[in-house]
Design a protein around this ligand. Structure first.
Ligand SMILES: CC(C)(COP(=O)(O)OP(=O)(O)OC[C@H]1O[C@@H](n2cnc3c(N)ncnc32)[C@H](O)[C@@H]1OP(=O)(O)O)[C@@H](O)C(=O)NCCC(=O)NCCS
Length: 167
């Protein structure tokens, strides 16, 4: 199992992943990019990682794919820095595990690898947010050192805000 940069060789597996998600909300946000021209999507992801051609309100962020035996099994997106709005709600890390691979410890592993990427980028205090009713996400944050610092009630859900601090 390894964390790689998005690559054309996983095109079919990416599409299978999206198909598996069905109507489920897609995380992290690059999974909402149009993938009909796959090379174009990869170029867009690459632009985000360099902080170029960003839409207003977005910050530089890197996407990595967790792959296992030729299959794409997870996706993470790591923001290099936060703006005020994203520090308020959003945080540094968005990730998901492919539905058929969930509940096997991969969410914990991908969270760990994402945090390590942020350490490497020099981010010492990591903000991670999740919906309060997303038990597996909250558990993965806590298991990776997340300390709950506040809860933000939205109109329809409560967002929990965690910090992971480098020791
Ligand atoms: C959140 C998500 C990444 C977790 O991935 P996963 O591979 O299922 O997680 P793991 O198997 O590593 O489990 C992580 C923790 O959640 C617990 N858990 C797993 N499934 C659970 C469930 N259905 N209900 C409650 N807890 C659960 C595990 O026991 C584990 O707890 P521990 O760390 O205390 O041992 C995955 O469910 C997912 O992709 N969800 C949709 C996208 C999403 O919500 N992303 C987060 C917001 S950006």
């Amino acid at each position: 199992m390894e964390l790689i940069l998005p690559a054309n060789q996983y095109r079919d597996s990416y599409i299978d992943y999206i198909d598996e998600l069905g109507r489920e909300e897609r995380y992290p946000f690059p999974m909402d990019f149009d993938y009909s021209d796959f090379e174009k999507m990869l170029a867009k992801i690459n632009d985000f990682s360099k902080g170029v051609n960003l839409p207003s309100g977005f910050v530089q962020s890197s996407t990595f794919w967790l792959v296992d035996s030729g299959a794409l099994v997870g996706v993470t997106n790591i923001r290099h820095r936060l703006n005020k709005e994203i520090e308020h709600c959003g945080g540094h890390i968005g990730l998901s595990i492919r539905p058929s691979y969930r509940g096997k410890g991969l969410g914990n592993k991908l969270m760990h690898l994402s945090i390590e990427k942020l350490w490497q980028l020099g981010v010492d205090t990591i903000h991670i947010h999740c919906y309060k009713d997303n038990m597996s996400s909250a558990r993965a944050i806590i298991s990776n050192g997340g300390q709950l610092i506040s809860e933000l009630p939205l109109e329809y859900k409560v967002v929990q805000r965690y910090l992971v601090t480098r020791t």
